[in-house]
Design a binder for this molecule. Structure first.
Ligand SMILES: Cc1cc2nc3c(=O)[nH]c(=O)nc-3n(C[C@H](O)[C@H](O)[C@H](O)COP(=O)(O)OP(=O)(O)OC[C@H]3O[C@@H](n4cnc5c(N)ncnc54)[C@H](O)[C@@H]3O)c2cc1C
Length: 401
């Protein structure tokens, strides 16, 4: 039967019979799932702890998996792309010397540079006027029943209970849904023994031209500055400390001033820290991978960082969030009468990808923030080999042209 053949009563019934899915978290994973599930006939209700939508964020590189997922969600073409036209990356040493290192945008699977907010902006445009979205709202109790899930929601002082057919916890690495339904943080988090602080800079990097990326690496501490087209660069400080499950309990500025003392090459570190002092748009946390044996329990499923946080070192978290939203919607659509099977099919689809990337996270973290002098040397050598291989490819191309 065509939709136009339905009577008004049929239409009303078909609307109210849509399955209701509560999506907790208005990040990349939550909004991707909302778009994909709505397209499969679900009625998404999104809740977000923050009082308003966040913007900005930090540098994100989208490789083929992320680009393809964004295309499938219908957001890739309208997303701002910020790969600088003239990009050069420099390894700046403590003594002030600098060496040019590989330019990742010349690789075959070259990542496209965006800010987290660029992805969220286009996802938001797709959900904004179509769905029930509630800010300043958090879940306080979740009870999974055979026929649905009862969730107590808190909005300001007010508390209400609602019934949903499915609940998705897309509430990030420090997920409250995971704690409420799957277990305490200590059983799911795998700390890497590093801390990150990421934020947008508000002024040019000293002694650098526009389009210059900077890496200042030392044993146990690294500053990376990613240039963006049409926007100030973003800074990413990362340092090693003892293994911690909790978020750091000191202010980022003081922590970084202490950790990066003696590494202020060309005034780059102090300039970035002055910018940090003037912004509220920063992320400061200890870095955790998330591993749990199953992503769903009854009618509650985790998605994105809350389920599998791949960490910044994988460069795949945003991509996995979009892919996960699509995979979940497709798996549920393939098993319309059996939610358990749909959720199992979602795991079968996503697990190999997540496992593959989690396997290398510790090695990548070691190369990103070397814990020893030997790793620091290995990191420098790797970047130079990559640069050498790029130059050779370019020479071969010019010779054959
Ligand atoms: C510095 C850095 C660099 C990165 N670089 C890359 C990269 O190059 N490529 C890449 O693919 N990925 C990258 N990532 C990873 C990527 O940013 C994340 O994996 C991705 O944004 C996670 O999205 P999410 O929606 O799962 O979680 P989040 O972005 O954490 O969103 C969770 C949302 O849930 C909300 N929330 C939290 N608790 C509650 C609650 N109790 N109730 C209601 N709402 C709640 C939060 O406010 C937030 O809006 C990087 C990450 C970092 C930190």
């Amino acid at each position: 039967m065509q939709r136009s053949d339905l009577s008004l009563t049929d239409l009303h019934v078909s609307t109210i019979m849509k399955q209701r899915v509560l999506i907790i978290g208005l990040g990349i994973s939550g909004m991707s799932a909302a778009i994909a599930l709505e397209a499969q006939g679900w009625s998404p209700i999104l809740i977000e702890r923050a009082p308003t939508r966040r913007k900005g964020g930090y540098f994100i590189g989208l490789r083929n998996e992320g680009k393809n997922a964004a295309r499938e969600l219908g957001i890739f073409d309208t997303m701002e792309k910020r790969t600088p036209e003239r990009l050069r990356f420099w390894d700046i040493r403590k003594d002030g010397s600098r060496r040019r290192v590989a330019d990742l945008t010349r690789e075959t699977d070259a990542p496209v540079a965006v800010m987290r907010g660029d992805i969220e902006d286009v996802l938001w445009q797709a959900v904004e006027s179509r769905m029930d979205i509630r800010f300043d709202t958090v879940p306080v109790a979740i009870e999974s029943l055979p026929d649905g899930v009862n969730v107590s929601l808190r909005h300001g002082e007010e508390e209400t209970q609602e019934h949903f057919d499915l609940v998705i916890g897309a509430d990030g690495v420090r997920s409250a849904v995971r704690r409420m339904v799957f277990g305490p943080d200590k059983s799911c988090l795998h700390p890497l023994g590093t801390t990150l602080c990421a934020f947008p800079l508000s002024r040019p990097v000293p002694h650098c031209a526009s389009g210059d990326g900077v890496m200042i690496a030392d044993t146990g501490r690294t500053l990376t500055i990613f240039p963006l087209q049409g926007k100030p660069s973003t800074a990413l400080f990362s340092y090693r400390q003892s293994v911690q499950y909790a978020a750091p309990n000191e202010a980022p500025l003081q922590a970084l001033q202490r950790r990066f003392a003696g590494l202020d090459v060309h005034g780059i570190v102090s300039s970035a820290l002055s910018d940090l002092a003037a912004t509220n748009d920063f992320l400061f946390d200890s870095v955790q991978m998330v591993k749990i044996p199953r992503w769903s329990k009854g009618r509650v499923v985790l998605l994105g960082d809350s389920a599998w946080c791949l960490t910044l070192y994988s460069g795949m978290g945003a991509s996995a969030g979009m892919m996960g939203g699509l995979a979940l919607a497709k798996a549920l659509a393939a098993h319309p009468d059996n939610l358990d099977r749909g959720l199992a099919a979602f795991e079968t689809e996503m697990r190999p990808f997540i496992r593959r990337h989690q396997r290398f996270v510790r090695l990548r973290a070691e190369l990103f923030v070397p814990s020893t002098w030997i790793s620091l040397k290995a990191r420098r050598l790797l970047w130079r080999i990559m640069r050498w291989s790029q130059s050779r490819k370019q020479r071969d191309l010019s010779a054959s042209a």
